[in-house]
Design a protein around this ligand. Structure first.
Ligand SMILES: Nc1ncnc2c1ncn2[C@@H]1O[C@H](COP(=O)(O)OP(=O)(O)O)[C@@H](O)[C@H]1O
Ligand SMILES: [Mg+2]
Length: 243
């Protein structure tokens, strides 16, 4: 197994309150990794440390084989759909993607081709010249995904990407993620939605109060919790409450 993301002893506190508490992570190349936890578990803090937005208090991270200090190299291999992002609402989808393609220094021909194919992939070709401010939440989220894919990253981090979307919007994002994973993209998906994680992810890690309380395939979690036929909901409740 080739590890594409690793973290050892990763720790972060805010004002003396520990948000992420000495966790170890290992994600294999090509994996669809489900990072599941209730609100406040520490998912966003973990993703922000893995993607270099904030520095851990303790611990070490590697992403794509690079140590966390090598931010430029990591930025080339990862795409991020962060939690609750804002948009440049006055831009059209095409302008928005072009803006980010320029940041990555893409040349004109390559850029136009890439933007066309991304808009097609996320189903926004028809609306490519409408302002983002006129989009539904689902469309905005599909655009956020396209933006994260502009430079063709091999690792994609998503922080609760379907939060606040209607069922169709959730389904659209989930289908896109499934296809990306089939194409070989490693996916690190944070979610508090049990169905989403159990439908998509080949491995499930449950975070609770900043600690990892489960890590494995559903069958392994069933064994560990002595709930042989337990659904992910039952397992999750068992591990995050005192059932
Ligand atoms: N910038 C911050 N300042 C202070 N506390 C924070 C900050 N970010 C997160 N926290 C706290 O850390 C804990 C974990 O938060 P977070 O990582 O956002 O969890 P999740 O994404 O799983 O909902 C929470 O108690 C939250 O209030
Ligand atoms: Mg969060």
């Amino acid at each position: 197994m080739t590890e594409i993301i690793t973290a050892k002893n990763l720790t972060k506190a805010f004002g003396g309150r520990v948000a992420v508490d000495h966790i170890d992570l290992d994600v294999a190349a090509g994996e669809f990794y489900g990072f599941l936890g209730p609100n406040g578990a520490g998912k966003t803090t973990t993703i922000r440390m893995l993607t270099g937005i904030i520095e851990p208090d303790e611990g070490e991270v590697t992403v794509g084989g690079y140590a966390s200090g090598n931010k430029a190299s990591i930025a080339r291999v990862i795409g991020v759909v962060p939690e609750g992002r804002g948009f440049y609402e006055w831009m059209t989808a095409a302008e928005y993607l072009e803006f980010f393609a320029d940041l990555y220094g893409m040349k004109s021909d390559e850029k136009n081709e890439r933007i066309d194919s991304l808009l097609e992939k996320v189903g926004l070709t028809e609306r490519r010249n409408s302002r983002v401010g006129t989009y539904s939440r689902g469309m905005k989220q599909r655009l956020a995904l396209a933006r994260a894919l502009v430079h063709n990253p091999k690792i994609l981090f998503l922080d609760e990407p379907t939060l606040g979307l209607d069922p169709q919007g959730q389904e659209d994002i989930q289908r896109l993620l499934k296809n990306l994973n089939k194409e070989g993209v490693t996916i690190f998906l944070s979610s508090h939605l049990l169905n989403e994680v159990s439908n998509l992810c080949s491995r499930i890690v449950i975070l609770h109060n900043g600690r990892i309380v489960a890590n494995g395939k559903l069958t392994e979690l069933q064994k560990e919790t002595s709930l042989p036929n337990g659904s992910l909901t039952e397992i999750f409740l068992h591990l995050t409450h005192t059932l």
